[in-house]
Design a protein around this ligand. Structure first.
Ligand SMILES: O=c1ccn([C@@H]2O[C@H](COP(=O)(O)OP(=O)(O)O[C@H]3O[C@H](CO)[C@@H](O)[C@H](O)[C@H]3O)[C@@H](O)[C@H]2O)c(=O)[nH]1
Length: 492
């Protein structure tokens, strides 16, 4: 076997959002620790945000020629991970959150030209890349892989259930549950025809599949991306086989799909690689001062926005509940052009000593702390997996995209949490009541018991080198990918 097929050089490109960059970075270190050479590509904008936040958190950037290389420490630890950046087509000062649709149009139409240019250079080096691992939401992966004769691996950072719903959009359309020809009406009865999926309520689908306008830029991206993924050589998924067995088996009838999750940093501690787009506030000392199992952690991830009313009602609910809490209020949580105070007047005085409000933190450090008892979350998939790993029940407030489906897994299937509000709009009394049910009494005991069982599934999946399902699947994927690269190199 030649060196390239034994130890291939893989190009990895995450979608330029926090919730995608994080699992991609952890997967990169995992693959590098198995001997692969990786070139990891971030957009210039993501790179700029990470280095800026690193500078504000620590006051210093690492010295020397590697100061702008987020993998410098990982390389010192012996991993062969190289780092490159690519333009997303917009200037650094462009507000991608505020101008979301314009940015996404760029992702749809222009980004591939920049990637093409970069890959063209990378394949000419003395250690050429032979494989591309790109985010499933990209629309150009098969085109780039074909042009440069690369094996094409699609990495899906959400549950397999969400993948399969997008994968079968044609069925949802034919049956009138999505993009119904009757203008603004989609069928509301149960969906019972998706292979490998139990009967499900349409309100549990990803928000984009519940929309009545199915022509937005995100929809056009999803249509194209899910056509493209059908051309992937392999699909790897940040989930666990035992948790989504039927869904994954049905998908495997169509494609080579491997459940390799949860993809976490080694040892579930702060990674050697900086990934945060915002400076992290340190919550450790504050948490140390609290009783075990007494604190609620609240975060809605990096991408979704909520309304001013949501924030106000949650704030009042927290006051009524009298629990201690850490609340991550991202600067753009309502909108990045919103600078008026969000919290009710006097709130911060009233919560002194009991509540801590931060713009961002090291989430895995916070939820690993024994003081934390519950997580009020938007149900981003990374947050869901991380919370389960820490044995923390969830209070679910899904806002967008896969978060509605993730909520169904948490609340209806695994029974490890509950809905923040059963009917919109959200009301303060219900917030207080649900917080109490999450962390005290019989309901809390039940959630804790159930979350232990799901946690055990995650632990088993990662146990041993070849014992757990995700370890086995990762090893199998690696063997299959190497074989495919060898075949491709041989022109077969
Ligand atoms: O203060 C914080 C808040 C979050 N995080 C981390 O940021 C990530 C957030 O990821 P996730 O919980 O998945 O939420 P989003 O950032 O919203 O992720 C996007 O990407 C996910 C994966 O595709 C989807 O499941 C989400 O719905 C989508 O919004 C997690 O690893 C957290 O540990 C921090 O480190 N500090």
């Amino acid at each position: 076997m030649d060196n390239h097929s034994q130890n291939p050089h893989i190009l990895m490109i995450p979608y330029p959002f926090q919730g995608h960059v994080i699992p991609f970075v952890h997967l990169a270190t995992k693959l590098a620790s198995k001997g692969f050479t990786i070139t990891f590509v971030n957009t210039e904008s993501i790179h700029h945000k990470i280095t800026k936040s690193q500078l504000s958190s620590s006051g210093v950037l690492p010295a020397g020629p590697n100061k702008h290389d987020i993998f410098a420490e990982a390389r010192k630890a012996g991993l062969d991970i190289r780092y490159a950046t690519v333009s997303d087509g917009f200037p650094l000062t462009f507000d991608r959150s505020l101008n979301h649709d314009q940015f996404m149009e760029g992702m749809l139409h222009e980004f591939s030209a920049h990637v093409d240019d970069l890959v063209g250079k990378l394949v000419k080096t003395n250690r050429p890349i032979t494989c591309l691992i790109s985010d499933t939401f990209y629309v150009w992966s098969s085109m780039i892989a074909n042009k440069y004769n690369l094996v094409y691996v699609s990495f899906w950072t959400e549950p397999a259930l969400v993948f399969t719903l997008y994968y079968h959009m044609d069925l949802l359309k034919t049956n009138g549950h999505f993009a119904s020809p009757h203008d603004d009406y989609n069928r509301e009865d149960a969906i019972d025809y998706i292979p490998g999926v139990e009967t499900m309520d349409p309100k549990d689908m990803a928000s984009y599949l519940q929309a009545t306008d199915a022509t937005t830029v995100v929809h056009r991206i999803i249509y194209k991306a899910f056509e493209d993924v059908k051309r992937a050589d392999f699909v790897i998924c940040n989930t666990v086989q035992e948790l989504e067995r039927k869904t994954i088996s049905a998908l495997q009838q169509k494609q080579r799909v491997y459940a390799i999750g949860p993809v976490f940093p080694a040892g579930f501690t702060k990674s050697l690689v900086e990934t945060s787009l915002w400076p992290e506030s340190d919550c450790t000392r504050w948490l140390d001062s609290k009783h075990h199992g007494s604190v609620i952690y609240i975060s809605f991830g990096s991408y979704a926005h909520c309304t001013r009313n949501d924030i106000v009602e949650i704030a009042h609910g927290l006051l009524l509940s009298r629990v201690s809490f850490i609340w991550v209020l991202r600067p753009d949580i309502v909108s990045s052009d919103q600078s008026d105070p969000l919290l009710p007047p006097g709130f911060e005085d009233e919560i002194k000593g009991r509540g801590m409000i931060v713009p961002w933190c090291c989430q895995i450090a916070v939820i690993s702390h024994p003081a934390v008892a519950g997580f009020l979350t938007h149900c981003g998939w990374n947050s869901t997996l991380e919370s389960v790993w820490c044995g923390i029940p969830l209070l679910c407030f899904p806002l967008l995209t896969d978060q509605f489906t993730n909520r169904k897994l948490v609340v209806d299937d695994w029974r490890i949490g509950l809905n923040l509000c059963d009917k919109m709009p959200i009301a303060r009394e219900e917030v207080a009541r649900k917080i109490s049910r999450l962390i005290s009494g019989k309901s809390a005991d039940e959630f804790r018991k159930n979350v232990k069982a799901v946690k055990a599934e995650l632990e088993n999946a990662l146990s041993g080198d070849d014992g757990g399902s995700s370890q086995k699947n990762l090893n199998q994927f690696i063997d299959d990918m190497k074989a495919k690269i060898k075949k491709k190199n041989a022109g077969l």
